[in-house]
Design a protein around this ligand. Structure first.
Ligand SMILES: C[S@@+](CC[C@H](N)C(=O)[O-])C[C@H]1O[C@@H](n2cnc3c(N)ncnc32)[C@H](O)[C@@H]1O
Length: 243
């Protein structure tokens, strides 16, 4: 369970959504998905701008603000109703903007990039193009923080596929799954772009085959490199309560 301070932050974010559905979704997602705390940890002390591709309701930007991150947050998503909800919820936050759009291509800019649970909605060729563009967009020391299901044998992958079928059938997800990437398909273009890459499970408390793929452009920030940003190999990342 998240600590009390996190619970208060989560309640503040959920209260910004007028509808019960979005408020409940925001609360559940922020309480149970470890990716938000993980990204806040990775960005700690680095306020370079963040492009959040497939930002949905803009939860990541709002959570980062609650954790004290002060960089400019730019979200982009093809789902116009979700973007409208994100804009309304974060209207009072400075340095926060979300736009409706389909990627690739990416909007211009430099800094960090987040891709949380988005890549499998793109066909293989578009995934590769997006990874190459995202790599070019990283500033020195910038992080490309991917969380995605990976194609692999085993029950976690089967459960993830079933969940994707369910959320698409319920109408929550407008985009259909196009291609589940393998770990090698994600790592190869990032290493070819000269990035340092680390991969680790990021599924704490969930049954999904979710992994963090964190790539760093060599440069001034984070003396420890990307390995220092990730949990120990083989673990499923620190819990929110472990911070
Ligand atoms: C599973 S949701 C994740 C939302 C958000 N990243 C989060 O973790 O809360 C995936 C999002 O990616 C968006 N998406 C899928 N394909 C996209 C594309 N080609 N361009 C922009 N957004 C896309 C969907 O509309 C959806 O909001």
């Amino acid at each position: 369970m998240p600590p009390a301070a996190d619970n208060r932050a989560i309640e503040r974010i959920a209260a910004r959504y007028p509808g019960r559905f979005h408020a409940g979704y925001a609360r559940g997602k922020l309480r149970h998905d470890p990716v938000f705390a993980a990204i806040a940890d990775w960005l700690e002390g680095d306020d370079q701008p963040l492009l959040d591709i497939g930002c949905g309701l803009g939860l990541l930007g709002q959570y980062l603000r609650e954790r004290g991150w002060r960089g400019a947050y730019h979200g982009i998503d093809l789902d116009a109703p979700k973007i409208a909800a994100a804009q309304a919820a974060a209207a009072a936050l400075g340095g926060f903007d979300c736009v409706t759009g389909t990627v690739p291509p990416l909007p211009p800019g430099a800094g960090h990039v987040a891709l949380v649970d988005v890549l499998h909605y793109l066909p293989h060729e578009s995934q590769q193009a997006l990874l190459r563009e995202a790599a070019q967009r990283l500033a020195p020391g910038g992080l490309l923080m991917i969380r995605n299901v990976l194609r692999a044998p085993g029950w976690r992958f089967r459960i993830t596929r079933a969940e994707e079928w369910l959320i698409r059938s319920l109408g929550w997800m407008r985009a259909a799954v196009r291609h589940y990437p393998t770990r090698a398909e994600l790592e190869q273009p990032l290493r070819a772009a000269g990035l340092e890459v680390e991969v680790a499970p990021l599924w704490r408390g969930t049954p999904f085959n979710s992994y963090a793929i964190v790539a760093r452009r060599p440069g001034s920030r984070q003396a420890g490199g990307v390995a220092a940003a990730l949990p120990a190999r083989g673990s499923d990342t620190r819990s929110v309560a472990d911070r």
